[in-house]
Design a protein around this ligand. Structure first.
Ligand code: 5GP
Length: 193
């Protein structure tokens, strides 16, 4: 029988560069990683693809899935819902894939309650500074001033939670940060055998 894959959690404030780092580590085929595509009620950003970056759903659809217990975890983040599809993650882990969840801290704590510590590796990505974080969120040009402020407020709250994570990674350069994470995952896979 195949051993279940790890759950690899990538969290950190909006604008820390989680998606860029995640896309970089997934390129490393030897790690056998697969990204868990979340469902969200937020509007699609320019360049995002439905079914690849997120499953974009209506609020009604999301709440129906909550009611049907279809999420491994879910959270409300700056006026939108985000959730991880339970059956998608279970299926892939059973195939031995290491599943990457890129989620907020509320979601992380829900996941931590449901799995054994030995099944999970948690990473918290931080920007080099708060100034840099704001610059990155503004640089996206996708946020209104109000949502930007909401995201920065949430970022400051999340930055207080770093001690809850196995590893805190400074995203000074995405390739470097991804390399650091990849090495940690590689060692964890080797240790488990
Ligand atoms: P964004 O709107 O910038 O794509 O995501 C906002 C926040 O929601 C980010 O911190 C992101 O990691 C988080 N997020 C994305 N998908 C999920 C999910 O399935 N569950 C939870 N709890 N958070 C998510």
């Amino acid at each position: 029988m195949k051993t279940n894959g790890f759950l690899i959690i990538i969290a950190g404030p909006s604008g820390a560069g989680k998606s860029t780092v995640r896309k970089e580590i997934i390129k490393n085929k030897s790690l056998n990683l697969v990204y868990s595509i979340s469902s969200t009620t937020r509007a699609k950003r320019r360049g995002e693809v439905d079914g690849k970056d997120y499953n974009f759903v209506s609020k009604d659809e999301f709440l129906r899935e909550v009611k049907n217990n279809e999420f491994l975890e879910y959270a409300s983040y700056c006026d939108n819902y985000y959730g991880t599809n339970k059956s998608f993650v279970d299926k892939l882990r059973k195939q031995g894939k290491n599943v990457v969840l890129e989620i907020d801290c509320t979601g992380v704590f829900q996941v931590l309650k449901k799995f054994k510590k030995s099944e999970i590796i948690t990473f918290f990505i931080v920007p080099p500074s708060l100034e840099e974080l704001e610059k990155r969120i503004r640089g996206r040009l996708t946020e209104t001033e109000a949502t930007l402020r909401g995201r920065l407020k949430r970022a400051k709250e999340e930055l207080k939670l770093t001690d809850k994570f196995d590893y805190v990674i400074v995203n000074d350069r995405p390739e470097r940060a991804a390399k650091e994470i990849s090495t940690i995952i590689k060692n964890a896979l080797a240790l488990r055998g």
